[in-house]
Design a protein around this ligand. Structure first.
Ligand code: NAP
Ligand code: MG
Length: 405
C-alpha cells in the first residue's frame, strides 16, 4: 500500500511519562505504517525543557503559529516534588499555560462517545463541547477581608490621575469579604472569534450563557461583544451552514443542557467553564475519553488529550508491570490534527485516514475490547475484555488495515 502523503509539517510536541510511552506506540503502530508522516518535532519532555531552559516550549508554540496545527502529548507541570525528582534548576511553568499565552486561544473539550457507555444523563446522544474562556474573572481577582467596620468602594482613576468613577460597594458594620474582578474587551473578543470559528469548523450550533440580568455591566459586556461579532462577522456563514448562535442566561442554559440531546458547543465564562466542564466530562463517562483542542482567534489549532501524563501507571510500567492505560484521547489528538492538516492543505486522503482511524477505535471498543478504565463503565450485558495498551492499539491497527485496504 502506498503511504498517504502530507505537504505541510504538523508541529509535534512530545511529552512525559506514560503518555510519552503511548505516543511512540501510536506512531509506530497507527501512523508510520500508513502515513508518510511529516512533522516538525519538539521534545517538551521535562528533561529537554530543563536542558533548553524551557526555550523548546516557546519554540514549539511559535512553530504552531507558523504552521497552524500542532499535536501535543501530555506534559508534567513541575511542582516542588518534581523539582527534586528531575533535579530541575527552576520550577518551569506549565507548557500549556505558555502555549496558551502565545496563541491566545480558547480551549474546547469534547467527550468521545460509544454505544456501550451510557451518559449519566439519559437523553444525551451527541457530545457536548465546552468552550471555556481562560482569562480573568475570579482567577485574576483581588480580594480583601476587612476585620472591622468601614466602607468599601469601587474606584477608577484614568491614566492622568483623574478620578472617573467612585461608588460604595458596602458600608461594613461587621467583618466581611470583598473581591474585585476584571476582564478585557480584547480577551473577550478573542474568545468570541475562537468560538464562532470553531462552531463553523465543526458545523455545530453555538450556545453562550452569562448572568447579564444581574451583572448589568460585566456580564452584559460579554453578551454584547458576542452579539456584535456574530452580526458583523459570522451571521452569514452560520446561515449558509444551517447552524445557529443562541444566547441565554446561565441558569436557563443549565436546564436546557440537561434536557438536550447534545451536539453543540457551550461557551462559558471562565468560572462556569471550569465547573461545567468537570460536570459534563464526568457525566459522559471518563477523563480518558476527553479530547481537547486550543483554537486561537487567528485560526491556529493545538490538539491534545484532556488528561495528564498518568503518573501512577508510569511508575508501574517502570517496574515492568503490565499497564492498561487508555490511549483514546491521545489517538484522537493525532486524528484531529491530521484531519485539520488535511482540510487546510486540501488532502482528502489524509482527512479520510483520520476518519478511518477514529472509526477503527470505535469499532474496537464496540467489539468489547478496551482498556481497564472503561470495563467498569460499560452498560450491563455488554461483553468487555480488558487488554493492555499495546494489545488495544494493535487491535485498532488490524481494523484500520482492513478499512484502508
Ligand atoms: P492524570 O495524569 O490525568 O491522571 C489521573 C488519574 O486518572 C490516573 O491516575 C488514572 O487513574 C486516571 N487516568 C487519566 N488518564 C487516563 C488514561 N488515559 N487511561 C487510564 N486512566 C487514566 O492526572 P494527574 O495524576 O493529576 O497528573 C499527572 C501529571 O500530569 C502531573 O505531573 C500533571 O502536571 C500533568 N498534567 C498534564 C496535563 C497536560 O499536559 N495537559 C493535564 C493534567 C495534568 P487510576 O490511577 O485510578 O487508574
Ligand atoms: Mg475544574
Amino acid at each position: 500500500m502506498e503511504k498517504i502523503k502530507m505537504t505541510t509539517p504538523l508541529v509535534e510536541m512530545d511529552g512525559d511519562e506514560m503518555t510519552r510511552v503511548i505516543w511512540k506506540m501510536i506512531k509506530d503502530e497507527l501512523l508510520y505504517p500508513f502515513v508518510d508522516l511529516k512533522t516538525e518535532y519538539y521534545d517538551l519532555g521535562l528533561p529537554e525543557r530543563e536542558k533548553t531552559k524551557d526555550k523548546v516550549t516557546f519554540d514549539s508554540a511559535y512553530a504552531n503559529k507558523k504552521y497552524g496545527v500542532s499535536v501535543k502529548c501530555a506534559t508534567i507541570t513541575p511542582n516542588k516534588q518534581r523539582v527534586e525528582e528531575y533535579n530541575l534548576t527552576q520550577m518551569w511553568k506549565s507548557p500549556n499555560g505558555t502555549i496558551r499565552a502565545i496563541l491566545d486561544g480558547t480551549v474546547f473539550r469534547a467527550p468521545i462517545l460509544i454505544d456501550s457507555i451510557k451518559p449519566a444523563v439519559r437523553n444525551w446522544k451527541k457530545p457536548i463541547t465546552i468552550a471555556r474562556h481562560a482569562y480573568g474573572d475570579v482567577y485574576k481577582s483581588t480580594e480583601y477581608r476587612p476585620e472591622e467596620q468601614g466602607k468599601a468602594e469601587l474606584v477608577f482613576t484614568d491614566k492622568d490621575g483623574n478620578e472617573k468613577f467612585r461608588q460604595t460597594i458596602y458600608d461594613f458594620e461587621c467583618p466581611g469579604v470583598l473581591q474585585g474582578q476584571y476582564n478585557k474587551d480584547t480577551s473577550i473578543r478573542s474568545f468570541a472569534h475562537s468560538c464562532f470559528n470553531y462552531a463553523i469548523s465543526t458545523k455545530q450550533d453555538l450556545w453562550f450563557s452569562t448572568k447579564d440580568t444581574i451583572s448589568k455591566q460585566y456580564d452584559q459586556t460579554f453578551k454584547l461583544i458576542f452579539q456584535e461579532i456574530y452580526e458583523n462577522d459570522y451571521k452569514a456563514k452560520f446561515e449558509e451552514l444551517g447552524i445557529t448562535y443562541f444566547y441565554t442566561l446561565i441558569d436557563d442554559a443549565v436546564a436546557r443542557v440537561i434536557r438536550s440531546e447534545g451536539g453543540y458547543i457551550w461557551a462559558c465564562k471562565n468560572y462556569d467553564g471550569d465547573v461545567m466542564s468537570d460536570m459534563v466530562s464526568t457525566a459522559f463517562g471518563s477523563l480518558a475519553m476527553m479530547t481537547s483542542v486550543l483554537v486561537s482567534p487567528e485560526g491556529n489549532f493545538e490538539y491534545e488529550a484532556a488528561h495528564g501524563t498518568v503518573t501512577r501507571h508510569y511508575y508501574r510500567y517502570l517496574k515492568g508491570e503490565e499497564t492498561s492505560t487508555n490511549p483514546m484521547a491521545t489517538i484522537y489528538a493525532w486524528s484531529g490534527a491530521l484531519r485539520k492538516r488535511g482540510e487546510l492543505d486540501n488532502l482528502p486522503s489524509l482527512v479520510d485516514f483520520a476518519n478511518k482511524l477514529e472509526e477503527s477505535c470505535i469499532d474496537t471498543l464496540n467489539d468489547g475490547i478496551m482498556t481497564k478504565d472503561l470495563v467498569g463503565l460499560v452498560s450491563e450485558g455488554t461483553k468487555a475484555t480488558a487488554v493492555n495498551t499495546l494489545t488495544f492499539i494493535k487491535e485498532i491497527r488490524s481494523r484500520l488495515e482492513k478499512k484502508l485496504a
